[in-house]
Design a protein around this ligand. Structure first.
Ligand code: AMP
Ligand code: ZN
Length: 113
């Protein structure tokens, strides 16, 4: 999608250092980290939000979780981590290309605000 920030990151239009990349998924550090480790995982394919996951594209969500635990192992996160998806306005989504936050390195709070 031409005007999408995360499409531009995924396709290299905005140069970004990837923590992980393959032909379907990329991961990179959040620009405004909320924890000592804060990595975003996205599919290269433009899917707007979790509300747009379908039978056809849902394999990419499984791939994101597979990549997340690979990245977690590389960052020695054996004490655990949190994966967050913010969906649409009430969910707090600000970038309309589906992404999952991998947060770690401190105790997470529950319930979230
Ligand atoms: P959300 O609020 O769930 O839509 O999350 C969007 C996230 O993208 C926020 O945590 C931002 O800090 C992050 N973000 C925005 N622009 C960039 C960027 N250019 N590089 C890395 N992270 C970004
Ligand atoms: Zn996009």
């Amino acid at each position: 999608m031409a005007d999408c920030l995360f499409c531009k990151i995924a396709n290299g239009d905005i140069p970004t250092e990837f923590v992980y990349e393959d032909d379907e998924i990329v991961a990179f550090k959040d620009i405004n980290p909320q924890a000592p480790v804060h990595i975003l995982l996205i599919p290269r394919e433009h899917i707007e939000s979790a509300d747009d996951i379908s039978k056809e594209n849902s394999y990419l969500i499984g791939r994101i979780f597979e990549v997340a635990n690979k990245v977690a192992k590389e960052h020695n996160l054996e004490q655990g981590y949190r994966i967050v998806n913010n969906c649409k306005e009430h969910g707090g989504q600000t970038v309309n290309h589906i992404h999952f936050h991998l947060l770690a390195g401190r105790h997470m709070l529950w319930p979230p605000g």
